[in-house]
Design a protein around this ligand. Structure first.
Ligand code: AMP
Ligand code: ZN
Length: 438
């Protein structure tokens, strides 16, 4: 379906098709400025000071980027609450926080200018997938601290799309909204798209009842086969969308109508791909960990952020005419973060809950499997033998309690199984706590 006139529309033509050399000049200029802004934060004043960087002018070329130390998710936690704030708090109009964090969140503070820039990048991305003001966007991502809701919402409005802010869940209502408002474009996780389809028949919905033309999917890894499957089931075009809250959220990298890898907006981010072991850059085209530097961020500037996402660069020019280089599908993570129906979960969060309770705390295991199209997590834990010989009601209560504590900690309610001591496998050497059967 590529190649039609409508698909060649750019939102920011001059920037999107900018000569690579010009783009690099722009990056250097912006990098100096963002280093100056970062130096106004308590955190980077310390970190950059130690690295001998006292002003943006100490960065003389893009190669000097490598003088700047990496920033990790833990640094964001250590800097909480305001170590990474570069302006007066009065200038901040919104915060977002990443899922997969407990206790101390990784929070990003946005000024109005930050939000406007984010909206522009995401709007540019929507346009690249062929969205226009004639389209109706149903946003099935959750609204709130998670960035997939509000991020795409404002972007779609800014290009005149009609937005149905449905939020996540409630399958039957999603179908009703799609029919009532003739939704042409949906934004969801790929697994939710598959789940939704599996319920169509139950709710008496036929493909012809819907006006769907495209789906924007992201927030979790998925294969080309999954894309094709969703496209085939609904008879629509599916586009991959990549983002993370530390870098705003959606609108970091997006597929265009060529559907071949995602343009990473290099006027707003500097990308590096490193070997996660040696921390050295990989050769262009090789797989490694994506490291991103914000160029426009004012509220919370972030330099050389280790995303932990594994990908590679496709340096070939894209037929769409956009010059910003593309990254390939995310193929995994260089840490142990799990993504369960789009929600980030670290096994350590589960361990904290289990170990924090008196009744549990010996051995546990996390099993993840497919339940239809969606992911299901089962947390198995051993409890004392005495508890097992006590009455069933106490066990039920304990199960409920673990489940509730987990729900608070990881924002999802897994199935909990209690076992007698010695039942769960004990591995020699490094414990295998996570069994991912997806
Ligand atoms: P969050 O900060 O909660 O929005 O989570 C961001 C993380 O979700 C990223 O670092 C990726 O691990 C994952 N993610 C987001 N979009 C995609 C995508 N299109 N493909 C694979 N993983 C994704
Ligand atoms: Zn393209």
């Amino acid at each position: 379906m590529s190649g039609t006139v409508q698909e060649r529309v750019y939102l920011h033509k001059q920037i999107e098709t900018m000569d690579l050399r010009e783009l690099k000049d722009m990056q250097l200029k912006k990098l100096k400025a963002v280093v100056d802004r970062a130096l106004r934060t308590e955190w980077y004043a310390g970190v950059l000071g130690k690295a001998g960087i006292r002003s943006g002018d100490d960065i003389r070329s893009l190669d000097d980027l490598r003088k700047i130390p990496f920033t990790a998710k833990n640094d964001l936690r250590d800097a909480f609450p305001s170590g990474l704030l570069s302006v007066d708090r009065d200038e901040i109009v919104r915060i977002h926080a990443s899922s997969g964090t407990t206790g101390i969140p990784t929070v990003i503070y946005h000024t109005q200018g930050d939000l406007d820039n984010w909206t522009a990048l995401t709007a540019r991305s929507l346009t690249a997938t062929g969205c226009t003001k004639k389209d109706v966007l149903q946003n099935m991502m959750s609204y709130g601290l998670f960035t997939g809701g509000l991020g795409v919402h404002y972007a779609a409005e800014s290009i005149g799309m009609m937005v149905v802010p449905a939020g996540s869940g409630n399958t039957q209502r999603q179908f009703k909204l799609m029919k009532d408002f003739q939704t042409t474009t949906v934004h969801a996780t790929p697994s939710y798209m598959l789940h939704l389809h599996s319920k169509m028949e139950d709710f008496g919905i036929r493909r012809e009842d819907l006006k769907l033309a495209r789906a924007l999917v992201g927030a979790e890894p998925h294969s080309e086969d999954i894309r094709k499957k969703i496209e085939h089931l609904y008879g629509i075009d599916v586009y991959n969308s990549y983002g993370l809250s530390e870098m705003n959220g959606p609108g970091v990298a997006f597929e265009c109508t060529e559907k071949q890898d995602m343009h990473l907006w290099e006027d707003a981010y500097i990308m590096e791909i490193i070997n996660p072991e040696t921390l050295e850059p990989v050769k262009e085209g090789e797989t490694g960990e994506l490291v991103l530097t914000t160029l426009d961020r004012v509220g919370t500037p972030i330099l050389r952020y280790r995303t932990r996402d594994l990908t590679s660069v496709n340096p070939r020019p894209c037929p769409c005419g956009r010059t910003h280089r593309r990254i390939r599908r995310i193929i995994g993570r260089s840490d142990d973060m799990l993504i369960i129906n789009g929600v980030n979960v670290f096994p350590s969060q589960i361990e904290e809950v289990i170990m924090g309770m008196n009744e549990t705390g010996t051995n546990y295991q996390i099993v993840i499997e497919k339940n239809g199209a969606l992911d299901r997590m089962i947390v198995k834990t051993e409890v004392s033998r005495e508890l097992f010989s006590d009455n069933q009601r106490d066990l039920e209560r304990l199960k409920q309690c673990i489940q509730d504590n987990l729900a608070v900690s990881i924002s999802i309610k897994p199935k909990v199984e209690l076992h007698q001591p010695g039942v769960l496998p004990v591995s020699e050497g490094k414990a295998v706590r996570v069994i991912d059967n997806r």
